[in-house]
Design a protein. Structure first.
Length: 291
């Protein structure tokens, strides 16, 4: 998938990288293989590895035991031109819960390491925070037309399987109001069928796309800032309720702290009808010249 043409359907490209291969090899771990989709700069998108990890771990479990959390560290930048190998260690299988350790390798070096927990659908107490009242996605515009002046940003948007509409202004070229919070409507660009594993993997994929922006927005730093560098350090997801990744979701994000070249971002992902689908935490490295 590293040589996919610009005219390729972005959803077909996404489904291709999530359709990981089964090697049939297993010693103490299950081994899977995968490819990467194109990215400006040639580095593997972290959300891609998160989604592939969900698929790989799910392959070692019955379909009625679904992921409820994933905690992972991005160890090295991945290269889209090199194949990926995923190893899944079946750490524990209990009556209600299972845990899996997932590691992604390129040329024998780990680039990602995480642990996912799975659970049967059990009864219990239920509550959630409320979704904020914001304009719907139909009332909002997509990415600013001005990004055509930056070829890499334009390519990323055109080839992206994720559709994003900011509530308020985006931060591609400028930041209208520096504050440590934002909200975006997001979804995949077209339907992907009804496989629940695929929807959970795709949700993991899209949680990595805009969450860094709450850190940048807090300091008035747009993506167009010369020399700005960001990298995901770790990522945690808690799936609360099932939701379709190809339907509009409101991703409410905030950054409670930044210090020492690191910024923490948190997010809640709501379905269109207000159900809290997932909670996300991510810490990033942030380098801005002169800061």
């Amino acid at each position: 998938m590293t040589d996919a043409p610009a005219s390729a359907d972005p959803i077909d490209v996404l489904l291709g990288v999530l359709a990981i291969g089964e090697t049939g090899a297993r010693t103490s771990e299950d081994i899977f293989t995968a490819s990467s989709h194109p990215m400006p700069g040639g580095r593997v998108f972290g959300g891609q590895v998160l989604g592939q990890s969900v698929v790989a771990a799910s392959r070692t479990l019955p379909p009625d035991r679904a992921p409820h959390s994933l905690h992972g560290y991005f160890l090295r930048p991945g290269d889209i031109a090199k194949p990926l190998t995923f190893s899944v260690d079946r750490i524990h299988d209990g009556r209600s819960f299972s845990r899996r350790r997932i590691q992604a390798f390129q040329e024998g070096e780990p680039i990602f390491s995480g642990i996912a927990s799975f659970q049967d659908d059990d009864p219990g107490f239920e509550h959630q925070v409320s979704m904020p009242d914001v304009p719907g996605p139909e009332e909002l515009h997509g990415p600013s037309d001005l990004v055509h002046d930056r070829p890499e940003a334009s390519l990323l948007i055109r080839m992206n399987p994720i559709e994003v509409r900011h509530v308020g202004s985006d931060i591609y070229l400028s930041v209208d109001k520096p504050e440590p919070r934002q909200a975006v409507w997001t979804r995949l660009r077209r339907p992907i069928g009804d496989d629940p594993v695929l929807h959970r993997a795709a949700l993991a994929y899209l949680t990595d796309f805009t969450i860094q922006e709450s850190v940048l927005r807090a300091h008035g730093v747009p993506w167009s800032t010369p020399g700005v560098r960001t990298a995901s350090l770790d990522h945690a997801i808690w799936w609360h309720r099932f939701g379709r990744a190809d339907e509009w979701m409101l991703y409410v994000q905030e950054s409670p702290s930044a210090r020492g070249g690191r910024g923490l971002a948190q997010g809640n992902l709501f379905s269109r009808d207000g159900r809290l689908l997932a909670t996300v935490n991510q810490e990033i490295m942030l380098r801005v010249p002169g800061a």
